[in-house]
Design a protein around this ligand. Sequence first.
Ligand code: MN
Length: 435
Amino acid sequence: MSNSKTMGSWVASANIPNSDFPIENLPYGTFSLKNDSSGTKRIGVAIGDQVLDLSLVAKLPLLRSDVKSSLEVIAKGELNAFMSLPTSAHQAFRTFLIELLKVGSSHQSNVQACLISQQDVNMHLPCTIRDYTDFYASIYHATTVGKMFRADNPLLPNYKWVPIGYHGRASSIVASGTSVKRPVGQTKGPDNEAPFFQACRRLDYELEMGIFIGQGNTLGQPIPIAKANDHFFGMCILNDWSARDIQAWEYQPLGPFLAKNFASSISPWIVTQEALNPFKKSWQRNSEDPQPLPYLDDKSNKESGAYNIKLETLLQTAKMKAEGVAPTSLMTANFSEAAYWTVRQLITHHTSNGCNLNAGDLLGTGTLSGPKAEEAGSLLELSQGGKAPITLPNGEQRAFLEDGDTLILRAYCEAPGAVRIGFGECSGTILPATI
Ligand code: MN
């Protein structure tokens, strides 16, 4: 893939080819200093292997009037207030950040003192997530999983018409790096007379992207598709950890509940809509499928509704860790191929009944599985419901996750003529259940 040359930053590590955080990215996160026992949270921007501490930038005597109010809001350490500003304010602030960090910036000597090595910070959730919705936007995932339950009729009749989703649980969303305890729950196999209450035996991950809402909408006022991007702040990687045995027993008739809300992990940096712009793609529905209803369709969504984002899942078992073996790749896929609906369609559909979204709300895309079997975004699919365990390079086998396994999700964008940007990673290690 031919990448164009970065515009360049005086932060040298940002100019290394394949850096996730060149000056073209500038994602937002919330961090605290490892050596600060008070744990005070601050807002920062990733640049190369550094974090630009915006609470320090706010104290510099170089403020442009058009970003002064944004900086005041950010300096309070709560990203939601900044996210709720109009997209014009996000664009102006990005221009300001580029001015500070680009090669030849007249602010370099001042801004140098606002940089902190990423090794010296702990990353937290990037913002307060009040509400979390999880969609089911990959038709390949829906078809493969549907086949396990209904071989002759895998896709339910609504799938190609209405973006399927459910309201998830925001309280158990954790930042990448947080360990995940194996859940305990109720399950019943087809041959069991009565259910059991036991540690989950079919623990799985789901490779998803998360969509962060910027400016919210008023209750009762839907967001038309032509305005959806005015409410789209940015994206992260999301792992919707799933207890398949608990899910199979509890999901009818109201959908997932305790199988999904014991933990969901996200990558700590929000890659903004502005940074994703060079990776927009045209979007179209296959001619053999129903075209979207008019409220989910417009010219701009067709011209540029999709995003070219490359996805990868990696696993490192406890044995691999002990032997110093690097994580092994389980699959790769592309967001634009896996997703049946666009970001704009998901935002518009969610608010089409008047439901209000707030700044910092998180929408999961649903498990992103590509068209090929080896592009599946969960172990449930890769192991065919557990019947065909996958074999790792060191000979270990996995049908589902075992204690000590570390699961890592990665995502990055590459396109001809654009500088590669990355999302960092979303990782979590499985701890044993407590019964
Ligand atoms: Mn999910």
